[in-house]
Design a protein around this ligand. Structure first.
Ligand code: TRP
Length: 311
């Protein structure tokens, strides 16, 4: 089953920064083609790609260039390689990102400014997704430039959208289960940022944030990291518990599935398992969600396994 999350601002003139996370089908996910320059669908043969890259790097029409390059993402598998290796592109993308920092606090971001930076983030996501650019992208620590966006709290639409698109870049990084990605993320403050978003942001943002936390937990060093200190475990457990309470009022299968998988994975750590025996929210034990889980056999099985582990 393919599970895609699409975020789009209605006034937007293009497909700015869509978040497309496939959480189920690993084959599909790992099919990130890295076709060489000889392929038919290679951007190397498209003169317009170079002309828009020049336009983006040197102006004056940078905004349109961002949009046009964004449209090319779907057409070519190797656009990431061309973007990463073209002189000036990355520094200009970073300049786009940094230029909106002054609008974050106090919150002054317009829809137009949000769309523009989200178009830049869409190209970042393209680079984060490609097998050959992901490593250098991490090495250059570029994800850190997005953290100020994730750290915003305004509920205004341009901010929700900016957070969603930024989460999409991180989501694209964790999607392929590359241990290097998790290693990198664990040296940063991504977990508290995701927890904050899970507590307070929109439904879609919450879902991408918990997806990222789940991916970190599924990695052995990620699980160890979170269970290493009581404070870390406690911070995660508190937010998961408050998510359960929210789901009682507004159940959504997709979110519930991630939530159950996070709890289940935590029981692989013995200390976490023993603590969860005492603090697992009662709603997961008393059949509160059995109606919702009828639609999702897999999640129901995970819940059964979770409860068995905690016996
Ligand atoms: N630097 C903090 C720490 O190492 C990061 C952090 C805050 C954190 N809250 C967390 C990490 C919750 C994991 C879980 O503790």
């Amino acid at each position: 089953m393919l599970n895609s999350i699409q975020g789009q601002q209605p006034t937007n003139s293009a497909n700015a920064g869509e978040v497309n996370l496939s959480t189920e089908n690993q084959n599909e996910l790992n099919n990130n083609s890295t076709s060489g320059t000889g392929a038919i669908n290679s951007s190397v043969n498209d003169k317009m790609v170079y002309s828009w890259i020049t336009e983006f790097a040197y102006g004056p029409n940078k905004e349109q260039a961002l949009l046009e390059l964004g449209k090319k993402r779907e057409m070519y598998d190797d656009l990431a390689l061309v973007l990463w290796n073209s002189f000036g592109v990355i520094s200009c993308l970073l300049a786009e990102i940094v230029s909106v920092y002054p609008l974050l606090s106090p919150p002054n971001l317009t829809i137009q400014a949000s769309n523009r930076v989200c178009n830049a983030l869409a190209l970042m996501q393209c680079i984060a997704s490609h097998n050959e650019t992901r490593g250098p992208f991490l090495l250059a620590q570029i994800p850190l430039f997005l953290y100020p966006f994730l750290n915003t709290t305004s509920k205004q639409r341009p901010f929700e959208y900016l957070r969603l698109t930024s989460l999409g870049v991180i989501g694209a990084l964790v999607k392929n289960d590359t241990p290097e990605v998790i290693q990198f993320l664990l040296t940063t403050e991504i977990i508290p940022l995701c927890l904050k978003i899970m507590e307070s942001s929109s439904e879609l943002n919450k879902t991408v944030a918990i997806f990222i936390v789940q991916k970190i937990l599924l990695d052995d060093s990620g699980l160890n990291y979170i269970c290493q200190t009581y404070d870390r475990f406690d911070a995660v457990a508190k937010v998961l518990a408050s998510m359960v309470k929210q789901l009682v009022e507004q159940p959504t299968t997709r979110f519930l599935r991630h939530l159950i998988k996070c709890y289940l994975r935590l029981t692989d750590n013995m200390e976490a398992r023993n603590t969860l025996k005492k603090i697992l929210p009662v709603e997961l034990k008393d059949g509160t969600f059995s109606q919702v889980l009828k639609e999702d056999e897999n999640a129901q099985q995970s819940l059964d396994m979770l409860l068995r582990n905690l016996q």
